[in-house]
Ligand binder design. Structure first.
Ligand code: GLA
Length: 393
């Protein structure tokens, strides 16, 4: 044996071993490619998340990467709310929303606008005159128009749809006595939609609210949409915020709510989905009123260190039930957006009780998919299998 042969032999043996092992390894990798939400839901509806400035700017690398990998649409958690984008009468703060829209465009995401007219996170000056008294109807209408034309106009053609009016209804279905209603009167909603249409005639315009799954509030929303339609306003979709609890709403109530809006010829988006597993701070309260606050206690924060597996599994079953309804109503449901990317981002860590440890989303604090993620993937696969005619091969 030559000297060369001596070292070639073991090398060849190693190469052979590698070659033999490679297909097995590849097969293993092929067997279990990590599922990706937007791929699993392709052709069903858009799937998105509300994102914050740290994700927009890439400082939250984990969150930012998750958004790019898993979702195909984004909503702005705060950067387009009035107080953020238009803090003073003559000053707009476009740096953050510009980055938000650029992030979406760069990554091929459908970009949503939230929100134009809301009673909350809107500066006091909007509703006041120079003497600090309530502004006149004309002044407030002019301010609303200026705001909407400036903000919607800036992103014309780049933001696909806008939550034009957010949370205009009380639980009983009557109109919420917000400064908008008190100063302008009932037509403030129609006016907001007209201004938004004027600013970007091709943008989809939405009415967005929580608890529409409850009969009285849903009836109020149905009446509201009908009134808008009667005066020639095109509401593209109703947004069900989707701040859900483990036991509310019942899947049947969610289903009949979607059906009620579908009957009006509007689409339905789930715009702020999360499922709260923590004990309610006020047992009978089911809404998502941001002004509601409660004090903390350890009884209200039972999973401060970790989520017990039984609760993890229950959350997964709850998500399976919710998505079964949404997938069955695909076509009417065009978009499902989570309010946050992973559990650490969620507003439910601080509402209605500050400093709790909440688990409402599909990704845990390390950015890992939870059992609820698997349940959503499973629901999507089941819906796809049911849709496809069984192959004869
Ligand atoms: C409401 C608003 C959202 C957000 C949540 C809580 O649902 O529509 O913008 O403020 O409350 O974070």
């Amino acid at each position: 044996m030559t000297r060369t042969m001596k070292w070639i032999r073991p090398l060849a043996a190693a190469a052979l071993a590698c070659a033999l092992a490679a297909p097995a390894l590849r097969a293993q990798q092929k067997q279990a490619p990590a599922p990706v939400l937007k791929q699993e839901l392709r052709g069903m509806f858009l799937i998105g998340a509300a994102i914050n400035l740290a994700q927009i700017e890439g400082r939250d690398t984990q969150g930012s990467a998750l958004v790019r990998r898993e979702f195909n649409t984004i909503s702005p958690e705060n950067v387009l709310k009035w107080e953020a984008v238009h803090p003073k009468p003559d000053s707009f703060a476009f740096a953050a929303p510009d980055r938000y829209v650029a992030f979406g465009q760069k990554n091929g995401l459908v970009v949503i606008g939230h929100t134009l007219v809301w009673h909350s996170q809107t500066p006091r000056w909007v509703f006041q005159d120079a003497a600090g008294q309530p502004a006149s109807r004309d002044t407030l209408l002019a301010r609303m128009r200026h705001h909407i034309l400036t903000v919607v106009g800036r992103y014309k053609g780049r933001i696909k749809g806008w939550d034009v009016v957010n949370e205009a209804l009380n639980e009983d279905g009557t109109l919420r006595p917000s400064p908008w209603l008190k100063i302008i009167g009932e037509d403030y909603i129609a006016q907001a939609f007209r201004f938004a249409h004027e600013a970007d005639p091709r943008a989809e315009l939405y009415y967005n609210d929580y608890s529409l799954e409850n009969a009285a509030k849903r009836a109020g929303a149905v009446a509201l949409i009908r009134k808008l339609q009667a005066v020639g306003i095109r509401v593209a979709a109703v947004g069900l915020q989707g701040h859900y609890k483990m036991g509310w709403p019942a899947p049947a109530a969610l289903d009949s709510t979607i059906a009620a809006f579908a009957a009006l010829g509007v689409k339905v988006n789930i715009t702020e989905l999360d499922v709260d597993v923590l004990p309610p701070a006020r047992p009978q309260y089911r809404g998502a009123d941001v002004s509601f606050r409660a004090d903390t206690s350890s009884a209200l924060n039972p999973y401060a260190r970790a989520l017990p597996d039984s609760v993890q599994q229950a959350l997964a079953r709850r998500y399976a039930d919710i998505f079964a309804v949404l997938l069955a109503r695909r076509g009417v449901v065009e978009r499902v957006t989570f309010w946050g990317v992973d559990d650490a981002d969620s507003w439910l860590n601080n509402w209605p009780v500050r400093g709790r440890t909440s688990y409402p989303l599909l990704f845990d604090r390390a950015g890992q998919p939870k059992a609820a993620f698997d349940a959503v993937v499973e629901a999507a696969r089941r819906a796809r299998a049911a849709r496809q005619p069984t192959s004869s091969r």
